[in-house]
Design a protein around this ligand. Structure first.
Ligand SMILES: NC(=O)c1ccc[n+]([C@@H]2O[C@H](COP(=O)([O-])OP(=O)(O)OC[C@H]3O[C@@H](n4cnc5c(N)ncnc54)[C@H](O)[C@@H]3O)[C@@H](O)[C@H]2O)c1
Length: 363
C-alpha cells in the first residue's frame, strides 16, 4: 500500500504526476502519459483486458483502442452500467470469462470507467488468481477525484454498500479530463460532491473558492481535479488501511451510503455523489444541532448543497430502513453508529457516536 507521497511535476510533458511509493497518478492527456511506456515495456508480453461499462464502451473505448496500437488484441469485457450491477453475480461471470481467455498473473487489467468500473474491476483483478495487475483510467469526475484512488476495491451486498472488497493498489492511475466531455452533466455535479467533501474536511480555502461554483465549465479543469485528489492523498498518507484519519473521507457517507443503499432497489435509485451531498448536509446539520458547528458555517454549507442538489424524499418506512442500514455501517464499533462531525469548515473529527433518535429527527 502507499505509504509516502512525493508531489512532483513532469516538466517535459503536459502531464502532472502525483506519485506514491507504489504507483503514480498522472493528470493530463492519456497519449502524453506513461501509459504507452507501460504497454510497451513492463506489459509488452502480457495479455490485456479492458473493463468498460455500457456507457464507457460507447464513449471512451474507441479513443483508447485507436490511440494505443498495443491494445488491438485486448479482450474487452462489457460490464452492465449502474450501481445495482456492482454485485457478486457480475464478478462471477467476469472471472469465468477471464478463465476462458486464459488470463494469468502476469497479465494486465485496464479499468476504463467511473467508480463502479474501477471499484468492481479492481476487485475482480485483485482476487483473480490471487491478484492480477490493474491500472485505473477513471472517466467520471467522481472516479477521477476519489473512487479510483486509494486502493479500496469492492462490491455491494444487497443494500449494504461496499461490503465485500480488498485493499489493492493499481499499478498506475491515468486521469485524462477530456473523458469528462461525454459524461452527463448531472454526473459531473455528482462528482463535485466528493470535491466539496474534501474541502470541508481539510481545506477551507478550497471550499471558499468552490462553494459558489454554479457553472459546469468550472468543473472540467485539471486544477480542480488535482486539488480534490491532493486532499485525498494527504489524508491517506498515514492511514492507508483506514484505522484512523482516513475515516475523515467518509464525511457525509454514514447517512449518504444508507440513503443510497435504501434507494438502490427502488424505482428511483439515487447516485452515489447525490447521496453523499445530502449526507454532507445532514451530518453538518447534526454537528450544528449539537452546537459544534456555527450557525453561520452551517448556513454556508446548506446554501451550497441546496443550490446544487435536489432533495430526496423518504417516507417513514424508508427512514426506518436507512437507520437499519446505518447500524451495519463498516465504521461502527461497540454496537454504536459512528461517523464524522464537522467542527468548522476544514476541520472534522471521526469515530463520533451518532444517536439513533437525533438521526431520525434530521431525516
Ligand atoms: N473506492 C473508493 O475509494 C470509492 C470512493 C468513492 C466512491 N466510490 C464508488 O464509486 C461509485 C460511484 O462512481 P461514479 O459516480 O463514477 O459512478 P458510475 O461508475 O456508475 O458512473 C456514473 C455514470 O456515468 C457513466 N459514465 C462514466 N464515465 C463516462 C463518460 N466518460 N462518458 C459517459 N458516461 C460515463 C457510467 O456509465 C454511469 O452511468 C460508487 O459505487 C461508489 O461506492 C468508491
Amino acid at each position: 500500500m502507499l505509504s509516502l507521497f512525493l508531489f512532483q511535476i513532469s516538466l517535459n510533458r503536459m502531464i502532472k504526476t502525483l506519485s506514491a511509493t507504489n504507483y503514480s497518478i498522472e493528470i493530463g492527456p492519456l497519449t502524453e502519459s506513461s501509459f504507452q511506456d507501460l504497454l510497451t515495456n513492463k506489459y509488452a508480453h502480457s495479455r490485456k483486458v479492458i473493463m468498460v461499462d455500457e456507457n464507457t464502451h460507447d464513449n471512451c473505448l474507441e479513443f483508447l483502442l485507436t490511440a494505443f496500437d498495443d491494445l488491438t488484441d485486448a479482450e474487452v469485457i462489457l460490464l452492465p452500467a449502474g450501481e445495482e450491477n456492482k454485485v457478486m453475480e457480475v464478478c462471477f461471470q467476469v472471472w469465468n470469462a477471464l478463465s476462458d481467455y486464459g488470463i494469468g498473473r502476469n497479465d494486465l487489467v485496464i479499468n476504463l470507467g467511473g467508480g463502479v468500473v474501477t471499484d468492481m474491476g479492481g476487485f475482480i483483478a485483485a482476487v483473480f488468481k490471487r491478484g492480477v495487475d490493474f491500472v485505473n483510467i477513471p472517466t467520471s469526475l467522481l472516479g477521477m477525484v476519489d473512487a479510483s484512488i486509494g486502493g479500496k476495491t469492492g462490491i455491494d451486498l444487497g443494500a449494504f454498500k461496499n461490503q465485500l472488497g480488498v485493499f489493492k493498489d493499481p499499478v498506475a492511475i491515468f486521469i485524462d479530463p477530456s473523458f469528462l466531455h461525454s459524461l452527463p452533466e448531472n454526473e459531473v455535479w455528482n462528482g463535485f460532491a466528493e470535491i466539496l467533501k474534501h474541502s470541508l474536511i481539510a481545506d477551507s480555502s478550497l471550499w471558499a473558492k468552490i462553494k459558489n461554483y454554479r457553472n459546469i465549465d468550472d468543473l472540467y479543469t485539471a486544477d480542480l481535479i488535482e486539488a480534490g485528489i491532493s486532499i485525498k492523498l494527504k489524508t491517506l498518507l498515514n492511514d492507508p488501511f483506514e484505522k484512523g484519519e482516513r475515516k475523515l473521507l467518509n464525511f457525509g457517507h454514514t447517512i449518504g451510503h444508507a440513503i443510497e443503499g435504501c434507494m438502490l432497489e427502488t424505482d428511483s435509485p439515487v447516485s452515489h455523489g447525490h447521496a453523499v451531498a445530502i449526507g454532507l448536509l445532514l451530518e453538518s446539520q447534526l454537528s450544528n444541532n449539537r452546537g459544534i458547528l456555527s450557525n453561520e458555517e452551517f448556513k454556508e454549507i446548506e446554501e451550497t448543497i441546496k443550490a446544487l442538489y435536489s432533495p430526496i424524499e423518504l417516507d417513514e418506512e424508508q427512514i426506518a430502513i436507512v437507520l437499519e442500514l446505518m447500524k451495519n455501517d463498516k465504521k461502527n464499533s461497540e454496537g454504536k453508529i459512528k461517523g464524522i462531525l464537522i467542527h468548522s469548515i476544514g476541520h472534522c473529527t471521526f469515530d463520533e457516536v451518532f444517536e439513533e433518535e437525533e438521526i431520525r429527527k434530521i431525516l
